[in-house]
Design a protein around this ligand. Sequence first.
Ligand code: BTN
Length: 321
Amino acid sequence: MKAKVLITRLNDGKIHSGQSLATEFGVSRTAIWKIVRRALKEGFNIRTVRGHGYQLASPVDFLDQETIVKNVESASSRPLALSVVDEIDSTNAEVMRLLARGECATPVVTAETQTAGRGRRGQPWCSPAGENIYLSMGLSLSGGFSAVDGLSLVLGVAVAEALECLGAAPVGLKWPNDIFIDGAKVGGILVELQGELQDGVVHAIVGLGLNVHMTTAPAIEQVWTSLALARPQLTWSRNALVSTLITSIADASDKFQSVGFTGFRSSWQSRDVFFSRQIIARDGELQGIGQGIDHSGNYVLRTNEGNVAVRSGEISLRFAS
Ligand code: BTN
């Protein structure tokens, strides 16, 4: 029996005894206990209420393929090759495999959990089950590899605008494409490239990790938040979020192909969390005041020697402490 079946049963928020669950599912109490342990390991937040049974700390809104496809198709009449999976190593890796098999041109994969979620700079991406969004899309871009730096900034704008439409405003961007709310990271974007360059067409695999219901994550070292923590007055539905994000990312990618980065620059600048702040680049070699991005998407620092532009992928920026 899968942990998801148990979680679905516990989703009523009530306490269920091990015995009643065992009877209902026709298994032993030990089997139930093992499934609870597995579910805890996957990141589901189940409380053991001593002498009474098991209870979910908060309801889990499972991802539902039909709902997402219906929402996306009604928003944009765009046909969607979507896979919703319970567990995967990495949704980016899965999109790469799908592209390599050539089964569909624009695969979209979202998962309840990732066992090897990857972040930028080779960092792991914390991916507890049922709590957050792990979403990857395969996009085809013309314009060669140089188009991709701009794309990664554009995606940040697309995600920030989608979240603001759903009530999360104000949403900030930390160059190149971390999503920030109230000074803490709520999401990140990883863009990976695949395939030969044929007629200037590049396959970009764009992966978004967005913290939605997560309230604890001891393994994350940087300052982070989730939509539920930062905007607790709203009810966050992962299905609604995934649908809106897919539409927003696909629309932004289309617009980027026709008007380029210029069409997004002012929206990016207005969300820049580094603007006017003292920041450090190149591992401390460079220090200056954040000035925003130039027309190519490089980040500009005002230093004692004048303005210096740093390129995406070249370095990471951080606040001077
Ligand atoms: C970052 O380091 O800020 C980027 C994080 C990107 C994580 C997402 S989760 C979905 C997709 N699959 C992955 O393995 N990584 C990206």
